[in-house]
Design a protein. Structure first.
Length: 378
């Protein structure tokens, strides 16, 4: 893990073992917090998404051949998280997506790729430790914001779960900035890019489904409305399958074990390091068929499609895993796909269609380009 100086001197929950008491307390607090705010997540995502449309439209007017879309989706992610958790605007005290991105950069450098030959990246990127001092200014700004506006959250952590305030503060920042913002900042642009490339008939069906679902639920975006959109849900999970936000996982084996694949068995000894590459596992043709390498928006629609969801892994767990204090599944394992679905639905409530270019991927960096937006006609 990176130096604890990036986290105020504490080890965040993600780096704790489930057997540690701090893990149980902190994750229980985080799960409770997500549940407590459950009525706000979807409306806030709808609001934040709607706010970026004028910017996209303006950029396309200035650049008819296409415009970069990721800066707006980063703002969506930050607005949803801060408004929902703290009830304030990030801009109120100058909190920006770039502050989190700068803080995240040195932590991710050891696994970063910019598309250079592997040996060069090992020498140039992966063997360099960027000192916390270079990003301390930005983390201090983030800390100040969370101290000022997150008092109620710190009280809850301390009084209800026995988590010390400083411990809670840095874990809330980590969960919000590293896990949630970091993940959504990568994931949402891929949702736009992938869906923008599907057929016009498929997009028309998505628009129809989103509009009918929202109308059936009284005209407002809600969890109930999202449950009426199986095609959009499938489209989102297919993005998670093809482009998982966190492509690599590492862990140390606690016991001797045997890992089995379709055609072989591998012995693993206690203490050995395990590494996993999700893009390889989630494009397994034995599970997902001959088109496993292809984005297919309707892959998880219908009874047979639903059965495949159990094979989609992201956030340290399979899609049907229920996060708890006793496992390492992402606390927002179910929430993030819902947020992405609400994001996509909001687009189709405003536009009949949109087109994108295929993302240009270099290493684990990607450029996402919006080509056109077709305003809703009915």
């Amino acid at each position: 893990m990176p130096s604890t100086s990036f986290y105020g001197g504490i080890r965040p929950c993600i780096y704790l073992d489930t057997s540690e008491e701090r893990h149980t307390k902190i994750k229980s607090f985080m799960l409770s917090l997500l549940k407590e705010k459950s009525s706000l997540w979807i409306p806030e995502m709808d609001k934040a998404t709607t706010e970026i449309f004028p910017s996209w439209e303006s950029k396309l007017k200035e650049n008819p051949n296409g415009a970069e879309l990721s800066s707006e989706t980063g703002q969506v992610a930050l607005n949803v998280l801060i408004r929902t958790l703290m009830g304030v605007e990030p801009s109120q005290d100058g909190l920006t997506p770039s502050m989190f991105s700068i803080w995240l950069g040195p932590q991710l450098l050891p696994i970063a790729s910019v598309g250079l030959p592997h040996l060069l990246e090992e020498l140039i990127l992966h063997n360099i430790r960027v000192p916390y001092l270079l990003v301390a200014y930005f983390y201090n700004k983030i800390q100040s914001f969370f101290r000022k506006h997150g008092g109620d959250l710190l009280d809850k952590a301390e009084k209800e779960f026995g988590v010390e305030r400083e411990d809670a503060l840095h874990n809330i920042i980590f969960t919000t900035g590293f896990n949630a913002f970091g993940g959504l900042n990568i994931f949402l642009p891929y949702v736009v890019s992938c869906v923008g490339l599907v057929s016009e008939d498929m997009k028309a069906e998505m628009a129809k489904q989103a509009r009918e679902a929202v109308e059936a639920e009284g005209g407002a975006m809600s969890v109930a409305a999202l449950q009426r959109m199986p095609l959009l849900r499938s489209a989102v999970y297919e993005v998670l399958r093809i482009y998982p936000p966190v492509p690599y996982q590492y862990a140390t084996a606690k016991v001797d074990m045997v890992i089995e694949s379709h055609d072989s068995r591998h012995e693993v000894k206690e203490g050995e390091i395990l590494g996993g590459c999700q893009p390889i596992a989630l494009r397994d043709p034995v599970v997902f068929g001959d088109d496993a390498e292809t984005y297919r928006a309707d892959r998880f629609v219908g009874a047979e499609g639903e059965k495949l969801l159990k094979h989609v892994m992201w956030g340290n767990a399979f899609a049907n895993t229920v996060a708890s204090a006793n496992n390492k599944a992402c606390a927002a394992n179910e929430l993030v796909p819902l947020l992405a679905q609400a994001f996509l639905a909001a687009i189709f409530l405003r536009y009949d269609s949109f087109k994108t270019a295929a993302p240009i991927i270099k290493g684990n960096a990607a450029t996402h380009t919006l080509i056109s937006l077709t305003p809703r006609t009915a």
